[in-house]
Design a binder for this molecule. Structure first.
Ligand code: NAD
Length: 700
């Protein structure tokens, strides 16, 4: 059995052990057993003087077999396998191509020498799954490369490209030859002829800095965590494990690593992050659209409108190397839009996030026009003009008349009916929604909205295109607000009622921030512009007069000219040129006055009550969306919220979070809220069913 997953051959005095478990040599039990057996065999064989470990297929090893998580671990553990290599009497060389990540890099760390191809990437990405390296990574890496770089690699979790890895000392050499195994054998022979024996990582001490240097490194790492990984346990656990590497013996440090690893791997946070990892892959698969559906090649694109969204959308295409034309209604608007795009790029260059060369290449992909005839051959057109049905229909009729028959016509509308827009064309099968989030060049989510007539080909093409332009595409159906904003609406509606009932914006925003979102609903409203929602409500009131009840305070702020950050006043006030919200007594007065007018007796609200009142209606709306088939699966909702709204990945998205706390808990609170506050908070039938059956959204 192990012969299938591990190859073994002897070349002269060098034994070559090949990991061969496609697709990524995940270190599941059979592979661990095979490597250990072959190491033992090679160490015992008098004709073998050195050993090479190499991977077949796409890389050395992608790390642990994640499907083993949560099950009783089967011997031999990776730690044991690594120990056999490290403590053996013969030099062991790890030869890395593709990737050596997680456990897949901890194994080379326990080898005595590491060589890699120029394109290989190595690292410890465990933290991204809410865990820490568990097979000695936190103990060996600091000894090999020093505390500060080891902290950077382990706490950030980003894979390190070979040239950088060489600079840091994570690998000893880069080899250029096409036959890595031959290179590795030659390297091992070189060691033998130079009389170099095993170099045991656990015994290295020369890279550990002075006490002061070390203290500064830990301090810096903790500051980085506070900024970038707020609320997450695993990054801090990584730091604690690395601390043990300098304050304790190797064996005690390994014990500490194990303890921290177990704490993390059994945590809800890690379960949520692993869920999110798989969910992101899952959303790319559309159950009713076969994966082998033929797609259209997208070689050129056009964007209509160079406003807030259009410019950012065009940048995505340019960044992906797809030439894109931007069409505007006037030269002035076009110039303004393209100028902003250039300024955006220049900002990235000045912040060191992009090279001038890359900027020039991207800007070179974007051209402006006022003439529909210029965009007639575009493979896809994305419309981002004003949010007005009459204008959209007119634009789509014109596009339909001008563009080649194969062009896909997409709309970036956030509230309008994609089917009605499609009906303005003679090719509704080629019409689809592509709902970008603002800022469109930054936000990773792309809510792709399938119309009733959108063809499989159109859907599949746009889902694949999403990936190509570096977005996470999620397919949803047509309804008001689609998935994300419809759920957001339920949440901000309740947040607004809460301030009538007794809370203040700053209290609610703090609860939501502490829960893990980047900001609460009021700070977010000020950032996006309160007038946006105000105008939408006014429009909606015309077409849907029986519109749902909502708190009027937001409208009153707009009537006072308080549109948010752009007017230095909204739910908060802002010092000139500042984006830092400050509580405003004038707003508090307005809130208290409004409550009085409405005859509401304000009361103190606990943080827990606020959290439940905001989050549970959001989940409840998600349940309705699932029932209506607007979202196909709970994963689609979770990914939308993680990538579109900054829902904390360590809570797994709203539907996963609901399962964690229990659908019964959510249902019971909704039931109580329904009794107190009426129809808007009625529990969704799906939520009720799940709660009564003792099931979660992911069991349904
Ligand atoms: P915007 O007002 O900033 O820009 C619209 C642009 O379209 C303007 O530059 C205008 O000159 C141009 N335009 C108008 N009519 C045109 C026509 N007939 N032909 C060509 N250009 C025309 O608006 P925006 O915020 O960029 O929104 C655009 C679309 O994106 C809307 O449908 C909106 O609902 C949607 N959307 C906006 C956001 C957001 O946060 N702003 C987010 C998601 C989706």
């Amino acid at each position: 059995m192990t012969d299938d997953v591990v190859g073994y051959e002897q070349r002269g005095a060098v034994a070559v052990i090949t990991l061969q478990r496609p697709p990524v040599n995940a270190l599941g039990q059979p592979l661990r057993q095979g490597i250990k057996d072959r190491l033992v065999e090679a160490l015992a064989d008098g004709a073998v003087q050195a050993i090479v470990l190499v991977g077949s297929g796409r890389g050395f090893s992608g790390g642990a077999d994640i499907t083993e998580f949560g099950k009783t671990p089967q011997a031999p553990h990776l730690r044991e396998v690594i120990e056999v290599a490290e403590l053996g009497s013969k030099p062991v060389v790890a030869a890395i191509h593709g990737m050596a990540l997680g456990g897949g890099y901890e194994l080379p760390l326990g080898c005595h020498y590491r060589i890699a191809t120029p394109t290989a990437r190595v690292g410890q990405p465990e933290v991204k799954l809410g865990i820490i390296p568990g097979a000695g990574g936190t103990q060996r890496l600091p000894r090999l490369i020093g505390i500060e770089p080891a902290l950077d690699v382990i706490v950030a979790g980003d894979p390190v490209p070979a040239p950088k890895a060489l600079e840091l000392g994570m690998i000893d050499a880069i080899v250029e030859g096409a036959d890595l195994t031959a290179e590795a054998v030659a390297y091992a022979e070189g060691l033998l002829s130079d009389g170099k024996g095993p170099r045991v990582t656990r015994d290295l001490t020369d890279k550990i800095g002075t006490a002061d240097e070390v203290a500064a490194a830990f301090e810096r790492s903790r500051q980085m965590i506070a900024r970038r990984a707020r609320g997450m346990r695993a990054p801090e656990a990584c730091v604690e494990a690395v601390e043990a590497a300098i304050t304790q013996s190797f064996d005690d440090g390994m014990a500490k690593e194990r303890e921290l690893f177990l704490e993390c791997v059994q945590s809800d946070q890690s379960a949520a992050q692993r869920h999110a990892f798989f969910a992101e892959r899952e959303v790319a698969k559309i159950p009713d659209v076969p994966a082998d559906t033929p797609t259209r090649t997208i070689e050129t694109a056009a964007v209509l409108g160079a406003g807030t969204m259009g410019g950012g959308i065009a940048m995505n295409f340019a960044n992906a190397g797809i030439p894109v034309q931007v069409l505007e209604s006037s030269q002035e608007a076009l110039d303004r839009g393209l100028d902003l795009v250039r300024k955006n790029y220049a900002g990235s260059v000045s912040r060191g996030r992009m090279t001038q060369e890359k900027m020039d290449a991207a800007v070179g992909q974007i051209t402006g026009t006022l003439d529909y005839a210029d965009i007639k051959d575009a493979d896809i057109v994305i419309e981002a003009v004003f949010e007005n049905m009459d204008i959209k229909k007119e634009v789509f009729a014109k596009l339909d008349a001008t563009c080649k028959a194969e062009s896909i016509l997409a709309t970036n509308t956030s509230t309008l009916d994609v089917n009605e827009i499609a009906a303005a064309t003679g090719r509704p099968d080629k019409v689809i929604g592509t709902h970008f989030f603002s800022p469109a060049n930054v936000m990773l989510l792309l809510e792709n909205v399938r119309g009733a007539a959108s063809s499989d080909e159109t859907i599949q093409t746009v889902m694949q295109l999403s990936k190509r332009i570096n977005k996470v595409g999620v397919l949803v159906g047509v309804c008001y607000g689609f998935v994300g904003n419809r759920m957001l609406h339920a949440y901000s509606r309740e947040a607004n009622f809460l301030i009538e009932e007794g809370a203040l914006p700053q209290q609610i925003d703090k609860v939501i921030y502490d829960f893990g979102l980047p900001m609460g609903p009021f700070a977010m409203g000020d950032m996006a512009g309160l007038d946006v929602g105000w105008r939408i409500r006014q429009e909606r009131a015309k077409t849907h007069p029986s519109n749902q009840r909502y708190s009027s305070i937001g409208d009153r702020l707009c009537e006072m000219g308080r549109f948010g950050q752009k007017t230095s006043a909204g739910w908060y006030k802002y010092a000139e040129g500042s984006r830092t919200p400050e509580p405003d007594p004038e707003v508090e007065e307005l809130i208290i006055g409004t409550a009085k007018e409405l005859g509401i007796e304000r009361r103190d609200l606990s943080d827990q009550e606020i959290l439940e009142r905001c989050m549970y209606p959001l989940i409840n709306e998600g349940a309705k969306i699932l029932e209506e088939g607007i979202a196909m699966r709970p994963v689609d909702i979770d990914i939308i919220w993680i990538y579109g709204y900054g829902f904390p990945v360590y809570r797994g998205g709203p539907m996963f979070y609901a399962d964690l706390i229990g659908t019964k808990t959510v249902y019971d609170v909704m039931q109580r809220l329904h009794e107190t506050h009426g129809e808007l908070l009625k529990p969704a039938p799906l939520l009720e069913r799940l709660a009564k059956d003792g099931k979660g959204f992911y069991d349904a």
